[in-house]
Design a binder for this molecule. Structure first.
Ligand SMILES: C[S@@+](CC[C@H](N)C(=O)[O-])C[C@H]1O[C@@H](n2cnc3c(N)ncnc32)[C@H](O)[C@@H]1O
Length: 297
């Protein structure tokens, strides 16, 4: 993989995230979703030490694309682990990070992942039907071409909240019997052709693509385990800050903060992006920020 030019991903709600992490210079913070490093950079600028995690091999290329990351690493302020945040405690242990004052999860995919057609995340970009953030395990093409009609319909319904899930799954099965569905564009066309005619507020493939991405990356399972791990790793009064982008994720975060004996929610309602940010960063539109603090046992 080649080094990447300046980060195209614009961090969401950076000021709010930093404020909620209540940064103490010299203390350790874990950025579980490094991406292009926008949030991590702000933490370092405030004198925090950062353990950055990302499961995408692309993230590591950003660390070599910019001298300031190398300087922070040499100073001992930045450590990086490529892997899943569900294994947060193992990553912290292996990197020798203890006494964690804050954990950040900025969920979902980055703009780089979406915009890179080859990664197969987006129905608007032609590419192989892949969608794996970690470049390992089952791809979206494996799921679409091998799962039973019932399993496909269940995934599309549960993770896409798609009310036409059975119609879509039936059409996928019909079409793959003619020829395997291996590209994003073909899947987008197949899904669109299963939709009843009429006016639409969104692209008919949006929900099916979301569902496949969540399934392929086990995003909700990883989130649940990541939250549990963060609540164990944090020191008392440490902050857990989570940015989610759809209701399935936000529900899990909300429930976790209410139910966990280790955490106390600090946000009654999720915080959204400011009008100013909404005007310049479309990705911030669906963002919901929730914050918890670790309580004494
Ligand atoms: C929204 S982007 C983060 C952007 C970042 N905050 C920034 O400012 O550039 C989400 C990143 O989290 C990573 N990611 C998503 N789920 C993950 C998981 N379970 N474990 C590790 N990384 C994950 C993705 O690969 C992606 O790079």
């Amino acid at each position: 993989m080649t080094a990447v030019e300046p980060a195209p991903h614009v961090s969401v709600m950076p000021a709010e995230v930093i404020e909620q992490l209540a940064v103490t210079p010299g203390a350790w913070y874990v950025d579980c979703t490094f991406g292009a490093g926008g949030h991590a950079r702000k933490l370092l600028e405030l004198g925090a030490k950062v353990l950055a995690i990302d499961q995408d091999p692309l993230a590591a290329t950003f660390l070599t694309a910019d001298e300031s990351w190398a300087r922070a690493t040499t100073r001992g302020d930045l450590r990086f682990a490529q892997g899943n945040f569900r294994d947060l405690e193992r990553h912290a242990f292996e990197q020798g990070v203890t006494g964690v004052a804050g954990v950040l999860l900025d969920l979902g995919v980055s703009s780089m992942q979406i915009d890179e057609g080859e990664r197969g995340f987006a129905f608007r970009h032609e590419g192989p039907l892949d969608m794996r953030m970690a470049a390992e395990g089952e791809s979206a093409a494996d799921v679409v071409n091998e799962y039973s009609l019932e399993d496909l319909a269940a995934i599309i319904f549960r993770y896409g909240e798609e009310r036409h899930s059975r119609r879509v799954a039936r059409r996928i099965v019909q079409e793959r019997d003619q020829a395997p569905i291996t590209t994003t564009q073909r899947l987008a066309e197949v899904v669109a052709s299963a939709y009843p005619p009429g006016p639409r507020r969104e692209h008919p493939a949006r929900r099916t693509f979301q569902a496949l991405r969540i399934h392929v990356n086990d995003e909700l399972g990883a989130l649940q385990e990541g939250l549990e791990a963060a609540s164990r790793l944090l020191e008392v009064e440490g902050r857990l800050v989570v940015l989610s982008y759809h209701s399935l994720e936000d529900r899990i975060v909300k429930r976790f903060l209410l139910d966990s004996p280790r955490m106390e929610p600090l946000t009654k309602r999720p915080v959204g992006a400011s009008e100013e940010e909404l005007a310049v960063n479309p990705r911030s539109r669906s963002a919901k920020l929730r914050v918890g603090a670790k309580v004494a046992a």
